[in-house]
Write a new protein. Structure first.
Length: 591
């Protein structure tokens, strides 16, 4: 089960919903349809001209009427040119609208992915999420540019050809329809099968991208554990599953082609036989029969195109369903928008009122937590692994909302605070602060894009990192590599801290890194943390004893309950959870 389910709605409902959510596709559609009409009507001029030339020009009373033939040929040439121009203009318009529609859809889907809470995102594999915004939209683009156009033309052509065929001979028209009716029914059945088959194809693309993406990102872990073979097997399997799904879908497509060919051959043969009989009986002229055969070709080609387009259409609808799956997911952590409160500047006062939380489908991991954190105080959150520390931090920064209870900042419920204000005033530094593949300066500027080089140097100096910066080969221009791989783990933590310092929040939530660093970096980190947390409310998930010792107060979590709180010295003196944790820390230090 993924968090963003593909919608099971019918193909037509999906298209309608998609068009409603992407008004760009509908822009200028009337003009395009008119051009399609001109292009279609233009195609019937040739058969009519041939019929007129044969029946009224060549077989005119008293010999061929050259003047009539000349006029018919000229009109025919003019119609062909007009048709070509209309078809060109229609193409251009369709490309333009479909491209801008797809671009808007991509942007909208991508923004929406960002609006979704961490919880929804973590329920969906990253590769699959990426495929919804990239390859699924690409599938739609093929259809919108070729298939959509063909359907418009083919539909018009089918109607116009039928009407004109009926004008020449309704019994022959009936014959053609009788041959083709079973085919149209069969096409509808194929469509249902294809819809299922292409739904599976789109799912497999997501799986494949997920497997490939993960093996690239986790390359070092794979190598470290010698798991290359297992990883290759997983990729082989996902590629194989995609191939099988495609082959299954293509087998169905292959079935549709011969069936149209067969129906077309039967219809043509039938028209020749029945048409000749009608001609002998004096009900049809030679010109009319020839024109009718031309029209049968015009009638058949849209059906042939339809089978091709059906393929694209089903693939596109399957893709569109997955994109709509993203757009339709209401963000569970919603921004109150302009109606929301803007927090005033200054150290933030935090209150948790009976807060409980459970991850979707899981047990309660935080139970009735009530706590007040005074503005400007430094708090250390401690507890065994899995005790709920990170969950507490995520609720405090509104990465997710509590199942029950409230979190208040400066007396305002977090849910009422405008996102822009929330993200500006409250910053979380996760254990492994993600660094982008850019220069050190660009990464530091992430929280405050307008910061000048002087601001950055000043901030690093205030954090006691001036000497570290001086030791870097290219200073602020030093590239940090993908995910900061050119830096050591300790240096990455320093950059994450400096980035938060530059953003200048009023509440800083710090998930202390557990990775061991060399003693010199450790000292730097301690000094930097001391400076970063000064003057603001700071909540650190502490993995080091020194952090707890330096804090104004310690919050002790045990199996989702807040079991103790108070200054380090007082808690050590009490017998309780903290004293046990302290004892195990102290034992580790002695080793
Ligand atoms: N995304 C998630 N989905 C489901 N359960 C989760 C998720 N994240 C955490 N949990 C569960 O919630 C409980 C509390 O986890 P939490 O990450 O808050 O603990 P922690 O004290 O921060 O642990 P650590 O010190 O190892 O980081 C654990 O039992 C964990 O398995």
């Amino acid at each position: 089960m993924t968090a963003l389910e593909s919608r099971p709605a019918s193909g037509l409902a999906t298209l309608r919903q998609g068009l409603r959510l992407t008004p760009e596709f509908r822009r200028g559609i009337v003009g395009t349809l008119l051009l399609a009409l001109v292009a279609t009507v233009g195609r019937i001029v040739v058969p009519v001209a041939v019929q007129q030339t044969l029946d009224r020009g060549l077989r005119a009373h008293g010999g061929p009427d050259i003047a009539f033939i000349r006029t018919a040929v000229l009109m025919c040439a003019a119609a062909v040119v007009l048709t070509a121009v209309a078809a060109y203009l229609m193409n251009v318009r369709l490309y333009r609208t479909s491209e801008s529609g797809l671009a808007a859809l991509r942007v909208r889907a991508f923004r929406h992915v960002h609006d979704l809470s961490m919880l929804t995102q973590s329920g969906e594999r990253r590769g699959s999420l990426v495929s919804r915004v990239t390859s699924d939209v690409d599938q739609m683009s093929q259809f919108m540019q070729y298939g959509g156009l063909m359907i418009i033309i083919a539909g018009g052509q089918l109607v116009v050809a039928t009407v004109l065929m009926a004008v020449y001979s309704w019994p022959l028209t009936l014959l053609v329809w009788v041959v083709f009716l079973p085919l149209t029914y069969a096409l509808r059945v194929f469509q249902r099968w294809l819809s299922k088959a292409y739904g599976a194809v789109r799912e497999r693309v997501g799986d494949m991208l997920s497997a490939v993406g993960e093996s690239v990102v986790g390359a070092s872990v794979i190598r470290a554990y010698g798991a290359e073979e297992r990883t290759e097997r997983r990729i082989d399997e996902s590629v194989g599953a995609y191939r099988d799904a495609q082959v299954r879908a293509q087998n169905l497509v292959a079935l549709t082609f011969p069936s149209t060919e067969l129906a077309s051959a039967i219809a043509t043969a039938g028209v020749v036989v029945a048409g000749t009989a009608l001609g002998v009986g004096g009900h049809l002229t030679a010109g009319e029969l020839v024109a009718f055969l031309f029209l049968v070709t015009l009638f058949v080609s849209p059906l042939q195109v339809a089978t091709e387009v059906l393929n694209d259409a089903q693939n596109a609808i399957a893709g569109w369903r997955r994109v709509l799956g993203v757009l339709d997911t209401t963000p569970d952590v919603a921004d109150p928008g302009p109606a929301g409160t803007v927090l005033p500047r200054g150290a933030i006062d935090v209150r948790f009122e009976d807060v409980s939380f459970a991850y979707p489908g899981g047990p309660t991991v935080l139970h009735d937590v009530s706590v007040r954190i005074a503005p400007g105080s430094r708090i250390a959150v401690v507890g065994e692994t899995g005790s709920g520390k990170t969950t507490f931090a995520k609720l405090l920064t509104r990465m997710m909302d509590p199942a029950s209870g409230r979190v208040l900042v400066d007396g305002v419920p977090l849910t009422d605070v405008r996102f822009s204000s929330l993200r500006e005033r409250i910053v979380m530094v996760p254990q492994d602060g993600f660094l982008f593949d850019a220069s050190l300066a660009d990464n530091l500027r992430f929280g405050r894009p307008e910061a000048s080089e002087e601001d950055i140097r000043g901030a690093l100096a205030e954090l006691g990192l001036g000497d570290w910066l001086a030791g870097l080969p290219e200073g602020l221009a030093t590239p940090v590599g993908q995910r900061g791989e050119s830096l050591s783990a300790g240096e990455r933590q320093l950059v994450a801290l400096a980035r938060a310092y530059l953003a200048d929040p009023d509440l800083l939530v710090l998930d202390e890194a557990t990775s061991a660093v060399d003693p010199a970096t450790e000292v730097r980190l301690q000094r930097a943390i001391e400076s970063v947390t000064r003057g603001r409310t700071a909540v650190s998930i502490a993995h080091r004893l020194s952090t707890a010792e330096a804090a104004d107060e310690v919050l002790v979590f045990d199996q989702g309950h807040l079991v103790q709180r108070g200054p380090h010295a007082a808690l050590v003196a009490e017998s309780g959870r903290y004293a046990e944790l302290y004892a195990s820390w102290a034992a580790q230090l002695k080793i």
